[in-house]
Design a protein around this ligand. Sequence first.
Ligand SMILES: NC(=O)c1ccc[n+]([C@@H]2O[C@H](COP(=O)([O-])OP(=O)(O)OC[C@H]3O[C@@H](n4cnc5c(N)ncnc54)[C@H](OP(=O)(O)O)[C@@H]3O)[C@@H](O)[C@H]2O)c1
Length: 325
Amino acid sequence: MKAVLCKEYGPAEKLVVEEVPSPSVGADGVLIAVHAAGINFPDTLIIENKYQFKPPLPFIPGTEVAGTVKAVGDKVTHVKPGDQVMGFAFVGAYAEEIVVPAASCFPMPSAFSYEEAAAFTMIYGTSYYALKQRGQLQAGETLLVLGASGGVGMAAVELGKLMGATVIAAGGNNEKLAVCQQRGADHIVNYNDADWKDQVKKLTGGNGADVIYDAVGGEYTQTAMRCINWGGRLLVVGFASGDIPQLAANLTLLKSSSVVGVFWGASLAKEAQANQDNFKELFQWSMEGKIKPYVCASYPLEQVADAMNLLLQRKAVGKVVLTMQ
Ligand SMILES: NC(=O)c1ccc[n+]([C@@H]2O[C@H](COP(=O)([O-])OP(=O)(O)OC[C@H]3O[C@@H](n4cnc5c(N)ncnc54)[C@H](OP(=O)(O)O)[C@@H]3O)[C@@H](O)[C@H]2O)c1
């Protein structure tokens, strides 16, 4: 099969596409013929050895796929060859075939294309865990999303609305923010505006946001903490700006607010039941047409570097995917 290989750490241009042996399916595995694989920001960090998860070289990057089942292990009963499925693994997605554990393989919602299904797991899994378990977002509260036009951010916008919050989408590009508005955001704020903190304050009647979903970090985090409500929760989701912020602790004291970390990948093992319950709800919503990944571009496997660079150059809206067939 054809696969993208990371043989040495570095930018996406260092990735190569080669023929490699097909993976073999174990008793508890599902072999999927991959039609599409989602690209996520962490993939761009893993290939540069800048992420907390460090697979040994050489490895096939990518975590999420959609495709058809080719074979299943002896213990697998919930899917069978020929089924359309979506799957999740820590590596191996940028390839024509992958084996995923049975517990991470789900029937594909009929409303989704392969591209949409491949773009689903990471962003909704992360954002629902962040808003529900970590942020305790309540109906009637205000949610501010930093990096709202990106993968996890756009999912947070949609989920925040479904959870009954008023959602303020924040980003650096008005055209991309307009897509957030189409996807349900009540308000948009461009954080390139010098007064964006005051804009958030104004939109919240002077109170500030109850929950801040921060996928950007850097200087934006400190500013966001100056427009958080009393008892607010800042969710530390990611650092797309490339800068891990240093927070002045007095900012939490002033509003009796909390800074809450979010590590969805690790929570899959540590909070397995909560994540299973989350996915039941997420699949139900996807079946009802209430949530759907926004895919802005798809590239063939050979153009993996272009696909990753679209994200890194801030030209992507929602998700970018690779297609194999
Ligand atoms: N904690 C977890 O469990 C978890 C899970 C998945 C992802 N993440 C993290 O979440 C972050 C976002 O991931 P993603 O896949 O959604 O990435 P993405 O699709 O590239 O979205 C990132 C967004 O951040 C904004 N951004 C990018 N560079 C920026 C900069 N220099 N300054 C200000 N804003 C910038 C961009 O919006 P504008 O261009 O419109 O400003 C972009 O839409 C990453 O750091 C990723 O590692 C964390």
